[in-house]
Write a protein that binds this ligand. Structure first.
Ligand SMILES: Cc1cc2nc3c(=O)[nH]c(=O)nc-3n(C[C@H](O)[C@H](O)[C@H](O)COP(=O)(O)OP(=O)(O)OC[C@H]3O[C@@H](n4cnc5c(N)ncnc54)[C@H](O)[C@@H]3O)c2cc1C
Length: 384
């Protein structure tokens, strides 16, 4: 396996790096990144980012299909600067695009303002306290009322951008007589009567996570995905998973950059520590982790583009599990290169370590992906 970036992709990468250094990094300076920004702060950032031809729309190939590799180049570089930039772009360019494909043409037209804007945030409400890895354990319900509307009741948790979102996509149980699978998906617009409460986490501190409560929230039938809800969720998450690996690789690259720079300048025993063989081993391990992660996610995205989502599921699982686990290890080694300095808040490398650890959980934990890979290898499912 080798990465064959086209000339266009290489040129795109240069443009993206320039955008990150000239626009993104300076724009984040002065913001309190130990908490999620407000909607106003997000809009102010978007005003600085949008209009420069980089995050103005999803990168497309000549035939109009999504260029998943160009998008990965963008996300890795943004994540290298800060998780906020990576997540903001994922949540606005990738997530609405994925979700709109769940809805038919009439519905997409109806929700044009949400699905075809580069500024809307759409949040996924899948997880519940008892339904994380096991989405079939979902307890939130949608019941059809006599006037044809639906009434949603229940509680979702770990919802990224839950209170910032312009709309939520909510996975629920429905009556099997109406939908034979027993599951449904609804779009609930902002102001639709739900309550989102932020949860403070150890990492990704500028990325909002929420608990969302639905208490008799009424939605019209046009907001319901028509078709198999579980298949729609699987297909959507399958195209999102490799990007958790892409973001993690951005954090790992940032940790490597910091560690190399520190090793070249910080002195012990009268010379830079980068000259010591064991410090070089730490750096070499980190560099191998970053390079192998890039190969892993490239492979998954390349298959996704060539053969479609179903054919890329196992590679997506490999990329998600490998890149996030590796990033955490790489960031830990980066901290080691920094000695005690790496353990301070001043240095900043501990943030990368915490952020990388967070990415091992969403879109399937490492163990769940190992089970997917194990099932593909043996033909036996360890789950059911
Ligand atoms: C940063 C972040 C962002 C997130 N964003 C969203 C979001 O936007 N929307 C949303 O709906 N959710 C989101 N989540 C939630 C995420 O999808 C869940 O946390 C994840 O699916 C795991 O569920 P859980 O936390 O309930 O853990 P559990 O499923 O309870 O798992 C606990 C432990 O048991 C292991 N385990 C579970 N089942 C098995 C098994 N069969 N075999 C072996 N091991 C098993 C797991 O691997 C894990 O180690 C986010 C989470 C994080 C950390």
């Amino acid at each position: 396996m080798q990465i064959h970036y086209s000339d266009d992709h290489l040129a795109w990468k240069d443009t993206v790096v320039d955008f990150c250094e000239r626009t993104v990094r300076p724009s984040l300076k002065g913001l309190d990144l130990t908490r999620p920004p407000t909607r106003e702060e997000i809009n102010a950032l978007l005003n600085k980012f949008i209009g420069k031809g980089i995050v103005d729309g999803y990168p497309l190939r000549e035939d109009g299909s999504p260029d998943y590799i160009a998008f990965a180049i963008l996300i890795e570089e943004l994540a290298r600067v800060h998780h906020l930039a990576g997540f903001m772009t994922m949540q606005r360019l990738h997530v609405p695009r994925l979700f709109r494909e769940m809805f038919d043409k009439e519905q997409q037209k109806n929700f044009n303002h949400l699905f075809f804007s580069d500024r809307t945030i759409i949040a996924a409400c899948f997880s519940e306290p008892g339904a994380g890895s096991d989405s079939a354990g979902t307890r939130t319900t949608a019941k059809r009322s006599d006037n044809g509307n639906w009434v949603i009741n229940g509680r979702k948790i770990w919802v990224s951008e839950g209170s910032h979102a312009d709309a939520l996509i909510v996975f629920v149980r429905v009556d099997k007589e109406i939908e034979p699978s027993g599951y449904g998906i609804f779009l609930v617009e902002r102001g639709g009567g739900y309550e989102a409460t932020p949860i403070k986490m150890m990492g990704l501190q500028a990325h909002e996570m929420c608990e969302v409560a639905f208490d008799n929230v009424v939605v019209p039938d046009i907001n319901r995905v028509r078709g198999n809800a579980q298949a729609a969720v699987l297909g959507t998450i399958g195209r999102a998973r490799p990007y958790m690996g892409v973001m993690a690789t951005g954090y790992a690259q940032a940790a490597l950059d910091m560690a190399v720079s520190y090793a070249k300048t910080h002195e012990q025993f009268g010379r830079p520590i980068g000259g010591f063989q064991l410090v070089q081993k730490l750096l070499a391990d980190m560099a191998m982790g970053v390079a192998s992660s890039r190969l892993m996610y490239y492979q998954a995205l390349n298959t996704l583009m060539r053969k479609g989502e179903k054919a890329s599921r196992v590679e997506a699982s490999m990329a998600k599990a490998y890149c996030t686990e590796t990033a955490w290890r790489v960031c830990s080694k980066g901290m080691e290169v920094h000695g005690a300095m790496g353990l301070t808040f001043e240095c900043g490398i501990e943030r990368l370590f915490r952020d990388a650890r967070m990415l091992m959980v969403p879109d399937g934990t490492t163990q769940i992906h190992e089970l997917v890979i194990g099932r593909a290898l043996t033909g036996m499912s360890a789950i059911n």
